[in-house]
Design a protein around this ligand. Structure first.
Ligand SMILES: [Ca+2]
Ligand SMILES: [Ca+2]
Ligand SMILES: [Ca+2]
Length: 263
């Protein structure tokens, strides 16, 4: 349909230039982003930041920021998102709440095409202060420069302990996954002042307090395929037409066709 419209206006060079501007708005890219929780752990709403190097969610071995603490303990991304550098394009992707194991959600989001780096974090459920994310930003420039249809998938397997609470299922907003139906308020667990560290032990949930009856922690193994290789979160990003551009091109095309019929 789009090709047909463009072919129909080949006799009007000025119109082609106008359409070209509409098809490729300067300095913007529209991305279709899917976040999945492909394993047997859940994810709280995920925060993605597209930036130019001015954003860094965390450093392993350093204390978590207040924003990362809230993300990791409660699944609330608002404080971290609000703290990010001006000029970054930031989006929280939820699924009507947590991403329960096996679920995904997709959004379409416009970014500046100079924001070629991605930082990501999402709380791991049913923990009370663990998260997945990338310590160092990921280069997504090939998706932007590749144009429409360019796509890539990023897998996340490294789990980090924010170091801000003692491990306790009672304070996890996702502990319904393991059968706890009367949780305490997330974020109100016993505070700790540890640095951010990689969770790389076997049976990672084995030492949590307030395990529910019949819960078998050994069904969880973040590192079954080697540390970081068990896929706990997956993000697929595809360069797609901007919805506003599609509408404008369609309107412009129809208008041009109409004029040609009248002439
Ligand atoms: Ca970092
Ligand atoms: Ca902890
Ligand atoms: Ca807390």
């Amino acid at each position: 349909m789009l090709m047909l419209m463009l072919m129909k206006v080949t006799t009007t060079p000025s119109a082609i230039l106008a359409l070209g501007a509409l098809v490729s708005p300067a300095n913007a890219a529209s991305l279709r982003i899917t976040v999945e929780a492909p394993s047997n752990v859940g994810l709280a709403p995920a925060l993605l930041s597209f930036h130019d190097g001015s954003v860094d969610f965390f450093d392993t071995g350093s204390a978590a920021s207040a924003g990362l603490e809230l993300l990791a303990e409660v699944g609330d991304t608002s404080l971290l998102q609000g703290s990010l550098a001006a000029g970054s394009d930031n989006v929280t992707i939820a699924n009507g709440g947590p991403f329960f194991p096996g679920n995904s959600n997709t959004v379409t989001f416009d970014i500046s095409d100079t924001n070629t780096l991605l930082s990501f974090a999402a709380m791991i459920l049913p923990s009370n202060d663990w998260f997945i994310g990338n310590n160092n930003a990921i280069d997504i420039s090939s998706i932007i420069t590749g144009g429409l249809g360019a796509t890539n998938t990023f897998d996340f397997g490294r789990v980090y302990d924010a170091g801000t609470e003692a491990e306790d299922f009672m304070y996890s907003p996702g502990n319904g996954i393991i059968g706890i139906t009367t949780p305490a308020t997330p974020g109100d667990g016993t505070a700790t002042t540890d640095v951010i560290s990689l969770v790389d032990q076997a049976d990672p949930f084995g030492s949590f307090a307030n395990t529910s009856a019949g819960f078998d922690s050994t069904i969880f193994d973040f590192n079954a395929a080697g540390v970081g290789n068990t896929i706990l979160g997956r993000i697929t990003i595809t360069n797609v037409p901007e919805p506003s551009s599609i509408a404008l091109v369609s309107l412009a095309g129809l208008g041009l066709i109409g004029r040609r019929k009248r002439s």
